[in-house]
Ligand binder design. Structure first.
Ligand SMILES: [Zn+2]
Length: 86
């Protein structure tokens, strides 16, 4: 697994994440400190969610349930017949 490497925007040395503050499920503030003691710069980075490449498997049941809820009684019968034939 790769670990996020943070660089100090002032001197370019590696920096450490001291604390993270989750402001929203898709947005965190990362409190960082430069590793170079001669620099000592501390700063905040924003970490934001960008986009999905592969949807979460945890949402598949929700999707299925939404589909089932929107079926008419006739469509449900038909789906059931189709499933039983598998
Ligand atoms: Zn620095």
């Amino acid at each position: 697994m790769r670990v996020l490497t943070i660089f100090c925007p002032e001197c370019g040395e590696k920096a450490l994440i001291k604390k993270s503050n989750r402001k929203h499920k898709e947005l965190s503030d990362l409190y960082c400190a430069c590793r170079d003691p001669e620099c000592g710069h501390t700063f905040v980075l924003n970490l934001t969610f960008s986009h999905t490449l592969m949807p979460s498997a945890k949402n598949k049941d929700t999707l299925l349930l939404d589909v089932i809820k929107n079926l008419s009684p006739e469509q449900r019968e038909k789906a059931l017949t189709l499933l039983q034939g598998m």
